[in-house]
Design a protein. Structure first.
Length: 593
């Protein structure tokens, strides 16, 4: 007999209708929180100046403050952009794999010119306040809308002194070097970059590699790995709450999802209410929890769900309940400071040229698409290989009940006596040696958990694509079931028509998808590629390159843009040492080869 158990969080929450923080109730909880190391984060990105029509790419690193190595604590990270009004322009949710994640954000024309702050953090880090969070300055230039802040950005002719930053990069060339065979290239020419590790095991690690047009607008450069390590050397290494203090919990097993259950008539919080969470779609997810003494329930959503909807249901039909979804509280950004810019106001031609190039590049975006990597790590509960019945291969019957009777020989309705009728999956006594039982099956339609099987007897079977059976016993919320009967509809839209009693359908913000970034090539057999304009400023982007050998060779192609380009490497060895290095080269239109 196979038993799948479900667990739920035990910490108590002080929860309003929309926001929540967590309060430490006992010395045992306090001790566990203090023992857990605090985290810090670093971003390498394609700023600091980003125009409308461009992407802001970023590589996310999360570290254990106590060891300075990549963290194994949080499984969810966040990257957000904050404007000068202290408002959040976006917040990306990221699945963290071994302390790493990456993403990007497209700057639309409705985001005004101005000074912004790029933040990176985990929920656990919020306990340290703003000073614990990674912060870097971003300048957005939007030439398509007038904005009062535009003139304030370009206010004087002072130049920044970046000699200190350049020296930092030179120092690390003795650990990891970047080498090119020559210093100048023509448009659309192949470039071979050699990355050499001089320190063997001591140089092995994870690094971000980017090749980007040097910024013509003088601003503070992107925070290097070494500068970051210096600035965050005093980061808090543990949370120091007290009993009755509020804390932000670490998302150690996935994304935290929580809420509250109360009586719809009296408004009183309900303790021990059985709560079911299901996320519809391929690779469906379902979990069970029970409310605590304050009527609160908790789930950790692991990566892999592919629909932006969640269904919360109370497994109780004789009473009416109100379900509220909780929301993790944002930090207060009032004390966030923005950089004072020293930039020339004589940038009109530069802005015009770059904006035209962006427009041309975006016109041909479909010819240069990024691809989203598939994630098959769905949190489903298979009990061996399913038996699948595609209904188009059988005689069609009008209702679901008739289909079970005539087509699906191993499942059907049983009389429930004083209770509603339920669906039973026939046991395979040759494989499963447990005693014969009258246990109901778990029934799902498009991943939605069906509490009352009797209500879907007359479901229109012409809408069903396939029915899958999973045999074997499993436990869900203290109840024992025999098998899973999963129904997939042709339109995958069952949730749109399902009237859920004691249920709540709520939106989910899915984690940012993992991308494989497009790499332009000109040495293939595609004759049409020469006709497509190429105004890439970012020639190469690899968020996380693992260096485990002495030499790695990378290839990329220049674009139609002339001028000086910069290759930078920022990252960390496996021992946590920050490494930064960069070199430059030129692209010249009239260069002879």
């Amino acid at each position: 007999m196979k038993i799948t158990s479900f667990w739920f969080l035990c910490l108590v929450v002080m929860c309003g209708s929309t926001q929540a923080q967590y309060v430490v109730k006992s010395s045992g909880e306090l001790e566990s929180l203090i023992k857990l190391p605090q985290e810090k984060t670093y971003l390498d990105h394609t700023g600091p100046v980003v125009f409308s029509g461009e992407y802001l790419n970023y590589a996310f690193y999360c570290f254990n403050v106590q060891s300075n190595k990549l963290s194994e604590i949080s499984k969810i990270g966040y990257v957000s952009l904050i404007n000068e009004s202290k408002e959040m322009v976006f917040e990306h949710k990221l699945n963290i794999e071994n302390g790493l994640a990456h993403g990007d954000f497209f700057l639309t024309t409705n985001i005004p010119t101005g000074k912004y702050k790029l933040l990176a953090y985990t929920n656990w880090m919020k306990n340290g306040g703003l000073q614990q969070l990674y912060k870097d300055d971003i300048i957005i230039i939007n030439p398509y809308i007038s904005n009062p802040s535009f003139s304030s950005i370009f206010s004087n002719d002072k130049k920044l002194n970046n000699s200190k930053n350049d020296l930092i990069y030179k120092l690390d060339s003795s650990v990891i070097s970047l080498k090119l065979p020559k210093e100048s290239y023509g448009p659309r020419e192949k470039v071979t970059l050699s990355i050499k590790n001089y320190k063997g095991l001591l140089g092995r690690g994870t690094y971000t590699i980017k090749v980007i047009k040097k910024n013509e607008i003088a601003t503070k450069p992107v925070l290097s790995a070494i500068e970051y390590a210096t600035q965050f050397s005093t980061a808090k290494n543990q949370v120091q709450p007290k009993i009755e203090n509020y804390v932000f919990l670490p998302e150690q097993r996935g994304e935290l999802f929580f809420g509250s259950i109360s009586d719809s008539v009296t408004g009183i919080a309900i303790e021990d209410a059985p709560v079911l969470l299901s996320i519809p779609g391929e690779g469906f997810l379902f979990q069970f929890s029970k409310t605590d003494e304050d009527g609160l329930f908790f789930f950790y959503l692991k990566k892999g769900y592919n629909k932006g909807k969640a269904v919360i249901q109370v497994d109780e039909k004789f009473r009416s309940y109100t379900i509220n979804k909780g929301k993790i509280k944002n930090l207060d950004f009032d004390n966030l400071n923005f950089q004072e810019l020293n930039a020339s106001k004589n940038y009109e031609n530069i802005i015009k040229e770059r904006s035209i190039q962006n427009q041309l590049e975006n016109l041909f975006f479909e010819a240069k698409p990024d691809s989203i990597l598939s994630d098959d790590n769905y949190e489903t509960y298979y009990l061996g290989k399913p038996e699948v019945f595609y209904l188009d291969e059988y005689t069609r019957f009008p209702t679901f009940e008739e289909t079970l009777l005539e087509v699906i020989k191993f499942a059907g309705y049983r009389e429930g006596g004083s209770r509603s009728d339920y669906i039973k999956i026939t046991q395979d006594v040759k494989i499963y040696k447990e005693a014969l039982d009258n246990l109901p099956a778990i029934v799902l339609i498009d991943g939605v958990f069906i509490l009352e099987h009797e209500k879907i007897k007359k479901f229109d079977a012409s809408r069903i694509d396939k029915i899958s059976l999973f045999r074997g016993q499993l436990s869900l919320g203290g109840k024992i079931y025999h098998g899973i009967l999963s129904i997939d509809t042709l339109d995958e839209n069952f949730l749109e028509y399902y009237n859920i009693k004691n249920g709540l359908v709520t939106d989910l913000v899915k984690p940012f998808p993992v991308k494989n970034y497009y790499k332009q090539k000109y040495d293939g057999d595609n004759p049409n590629i020469s006709r497509i304009p190429d105004y890439r400023r970012l020639l190469f982007w690899q968020p996380h390159l693992k260096i485990n050998s002495e030499i790695i060779d990378l290839e990329f192609f220049t674009s139609d843009i002339e001028g000086e380009f910069e290759i930078s490497l920022n990252g960390f060895t496996t021992y946590g040492k920050p490494i930064s290095n960069k070199i430059s080269f030129e692209v010249l239109k009239d260069l002879s080869h």
